[in-house]
Design a protein around this ligand. Structure first.
Ligand SMILES: Nc1ncnc2c1ncn2[C@@H]1O[C@H](COP(=O)(O)OP(=O)(O)O)[C@@H](O)[C@H]1O
Ligand SMILES: O=P(O)(O)OC[C@H]1O[C@](O)(COP(=O)(O)O)[C@@H](O)[C@@H]1O
Ligand SMILES: [Mg+2]
Length: 527
C-alpha cells in the first residue's frame, strides 16, 4: 500500500503531533477539535483516519523498511541544533563541577574521569513508552495501522563534560514573555545560580518580555545570586512580562549590541516561536549565541511534555474557586455553581481541576463539543441534577463553546484570539432556561481568572522549575541553540523548538484521562 496521497485507515488512530478539526454529525454540525495524524471523519460508528502528513515522509507500510525510514526522519527532526553547525568553535572541559575541591579545569586524574555526574551526548530517553496493541486501545498513538512498536529516542538533558563557552567571558540574558505563570521567578533564580556555578559573572534580565529589547526606557537588570535569592517566594515575574512587540531582526540587533552570548527565553508557544525565529536569525548572521527556551504556560499546551511548570499550581489554585462554588451551590435552594477556568485552546486545567475536586458534575473543555439545548444538552442534564441531587456544579474552560458566542475576530498584542465569555453566556442561558421551565434556580458564577496564575509555585512546580532552569543553562554551555527543555515520561530532555509548538497540545477525547474525568463527573455525552 503506497501512500502517494492521503490514505484511509480504519480504526481509532491518533498522534499528538497534529491538531485538526472535524465535523461530528451527531453534534449539530459543530466543529469538533481533536488530536490526530491528519484529517479525521466519523462515519457510521467507526472512525476513519486519513493519514496526511505534511512534514513527514509518506510511509509505505508494505515496505519492510518503513520503520528505518520513519526513524531516520524522526532522528533528523529531533536532532539538536548546535553552534558548531554554523561556526567553528572549540570545546573545553567544563567548569561545572559538584566536587568543590577539584576544579575540573585541572582534572585529568582517573577518579574524576570515572565520576558519573555528566550526561553523555549519546544518552537518550524514550519519547513514547506504551506499546499499544491496537489502534482502538484508549489513547492509542500509532504510526502504522498495526500499531507497530517503533522506538523514538530524544536527547537527554543535563551537564556535559565539554562546554563551548568560556564562562568568564559569557554575558547571559534572561527574558520572560507572554502571560504570568507560577514558577517564573523560580526558573530565573535557578538559571542565575547555575550560571554562577559555571563561573559566569555577567548576567542580565531583559524587562517586560521581548519589548525590553527595543524600548529604550527598559534597562537591563543586573542579576546575581544575591539579587535573586528570595524572588521565588513571590508569584509573578521579577523581570516583568508582556505580549506583542516582537520584531525579530530588531531583537537580534539588540542581542548583538548588548553582546549577549546566551539568551534564556521563558514563555509559551508564542514565545517559543519567537525564540526559534531569533535562533534562525542568529544562525543566518553566524553569531555564536545560544538561544534556549524554557516552556512556561499554565495551560499545559506545549507538545510532548508531561506537563509545563505552573500547571500544577494553577490546578491547585482553582480548587478554592471550585470549592466555593460547591459550597454556594450546595447551600442554596436549587443551587448551580459555575466556575470558568483559564485555557485558551486546551482544557487541561479544567479537566484536572475537575478531577482533583471530585465534586464537579459537568466539565466542559474546548476539545470536546457539547450542545446546550435539546434532550442531550447541558441544560437538560442540569434539570436532571436539580431533580435528583438538588444542586449542581459546573466547570468550564474559557475556550470551550466559543461557537455559541459572537466572534469579534479581535486579537491581543501577540495575535492570540480574544475569546468571548463562555462563563457569562452559560450563566444567562441557565437562568433563562430554568425561568422558562418554571423551576427555581440560583446560579452562582465564579471567574477566578488571574488568581490562578499570580500565585507562587507550589512544591512540585518549584522542583520542576529547578530542574528546567538548571538544564537550560547546561544546554547553553553544551553549545545547543534553538532548543527547549522539558520532562517526557518523567525524564528530562532537550527538544528542538519547532517540534513542541507545531500545534497547541490538546486534551485527547480518547485518552484515559478524559475518560476518568467522565467517570468522575458522571456527565453524559452532550452531543
Ligand atoms: N509566531 C511568532 N513569531 C515570533 N514571535 C511571536 C510569535 N507568536 C508570539 N510571539 C511573541 O512571543 C511573545 C509571547 O507570545 P504570547 O502568545 O503572548 O505568549 P506565550 O508565549 O505564553 O504563548 C510576544 O512578545 C509575541 O509577540
Ligand atoms: O489576559 P492575558 O494576560 O492575555 O492572559 C490570558 C491567557 O493567559 C493564559 O492563561 C495563558 O496563556 P499564555 O500561555 O499564552 O501566557 C490563557 O489561558 C489565557 O487565555
Ligand atoms: Mg500561548
Amino acid at each position: 500500500m503506497a501512500l502517494a496521497s492521503p490514505v484511509d485507515y480504519a480504526g481509532t488512530f491518533t498522534s499528538s503531533q497534529k491538531h485538526h478539526s472535524f465535523v461530528m454529525p451527531g453534534c449539530n454540525g459543530l466543529r469538533c477539535s481533536t488530536i490526530g495524524f491528519g484529517n479525521k471523519s466519523r462515519a457510521a460508528g467507526h472512525l476513519v483516519v486519513r493519514a496526511m502528513s505534511m512534514d513527514r515522509p509518506k510511509l509505505d507500510f508494505s515496505n519492510s523498511n518503513w520503520k528505518d525510514q520513519f526513524q531516520e526522519d524522526f532522528d533528523r527532526r529531533f536532532s539538536l541544533p548546535h553552534l558548531t553547525d554554523i561556526i567553528d568553535v572549540e570545546s573545553r572541559p567544563t567548569t561545572f563541577s559538584l566536587k568543590s575541591r577539584a576544579p575540573l579545569e585541572n582534572v585529568t586524574g582517573s577518579s574524576e574521569e570515572s565520576w558519573n555526574g555528566y550526561v553523555n551526548d549519546d544518552d537518550r530517553a524514550l519519547l513514547k513508552v506504551i506499546k499499544f496493541a491496537s489502534p482502538t486501545s484508549a489513547g492509542a498513538d500509532c504510526i502504522d495501522p498495526d500499531c507497530s512498536w517503533v522506538e523514538q529516542w530524544v536527547h537527554r538533558a543535563g551537564p556535559r563534560k565539554q562546554i563551548y563557552f568560556e564562562p568568564q567571558c559569557v554575558k547571559a540574558g534572561i527574558v520572560t514573555c507572554g502571560g504570568l505563570c507560577p514558577g517564573l521567578n523560580d526558573v530565573i533564580r535557578q538559571i542565575v545560580l547555575t550560571l554562577e556555578k559555571y563561573g559566569v559573572k555577567n548576567i542580565v534580565g531583559i524587562q517586560h518580555g521581548f519589548r525590553g529589547f527595543f524600548e529604550d526606557h527598559l534597562a537591563e537588570v543586573p542579576l546575581n545570586r544575591h539579587v535573586v535569592q528570595n524572588i521565588n517566594l513571590a508569584g509573578g515575574s521579577f523581570l516583568g512580562v508582556s505580549r506583542g512587540g516582537a520584531s525579530i531582526s530588531d531583537i537580534v540587533d539588540s542581542i548583538q549590541a548588548r553582546r549577549l552570548d546566551m539568551l534564556f527565553v521563558l514563555g509559551g508557544n508564542g514565545t517559543h516561536a519567537g525564540a526559534d525565529a531569533i535562533h534562525d536569525e542568529c544562525r543566518k548572521r553566524k553569531l555564536k549565541v545560544s538561544i534556549i527556551g524554557v516552556p512556561k504556560t499554565i495551560d499545559n499546551d506545549i507538545l510532548l511534555m508531561d506537563k509545563t511548570f505552573g500547571f500544577d499550581t494553577a490546578v491547585e489554585a482553582a480548587q478554592r474557586a471550585i470549592n466555593s462554588a460547591y459550597i454556594e451551590a450546595h447551600s442554596a435552594f436549587h443551587g448551580i455553581g459555575l466556575v470558568k477556568l483559564m485555557g485558551r485552546s486546551s482544557g487541561f486545567i479544567t479537566m484536572h481541576a475537575s478531577l482533583s475536586s471530585g465534586q464537579v458534575d459537568i466539565c466542559l473543555v474546548p476539545e470536546v463539543p457539547f450542545t446546550l439545548d435539546g434532550p442531550n444538552g447541558v441544560l437538560r442534564h442540569l434539570e436532571h441534577l436539580i431533580e435528583t441531587k438538588g444542586f449542581a456544579l459546573m466547570c468550564v474552560a474559557e475556550g470551550a463553546g466559543q461557537e455559541y458566542l459572537q466572534r469579534s475576530n479581535a486579537t491581543d498584542a501577540s495575535g492570540n484570539m480574544v475569546l468571548g465569555d463562555i462563563g457569562a453566556h452559560l450563566q444567562q442561558k441557565i437562568k433563562s432556561h430554568f425561568r422558562e421551565i418554571n423551576v427555581h434556580s440560583d446560579v452562582k458564577y465564579i471567574d477566578p481568572t488571574y488568581m490562578l496564575r499570580a500565585v507562587r509555585a507550589n512544591a512540585s512546580d518549584a522542583i520542576l522549575c529547578t530542574v528546567l532552569g538548571q538544564n537550560a543553562v547546561h544546554g547553553a554551555f553544551a553549545g545547543f541553540s534553538g532548543i527547549t527543555t522539558g520532562i517526557c515520561n518523567t525524564h528530562n530532555v532537550y527538544l528542538p523548538i519547532p517540534e513542541v509548538i507545531k500545534t497547541p497540545r490538546l486534551v485527547d477525547p480518547n485518552s484515559r484521562m478524559w475518560h476518568r474525568c467522565l467517570t468522575s463527573t458522571g456527565q453524559p455525552d452532550f452531543c
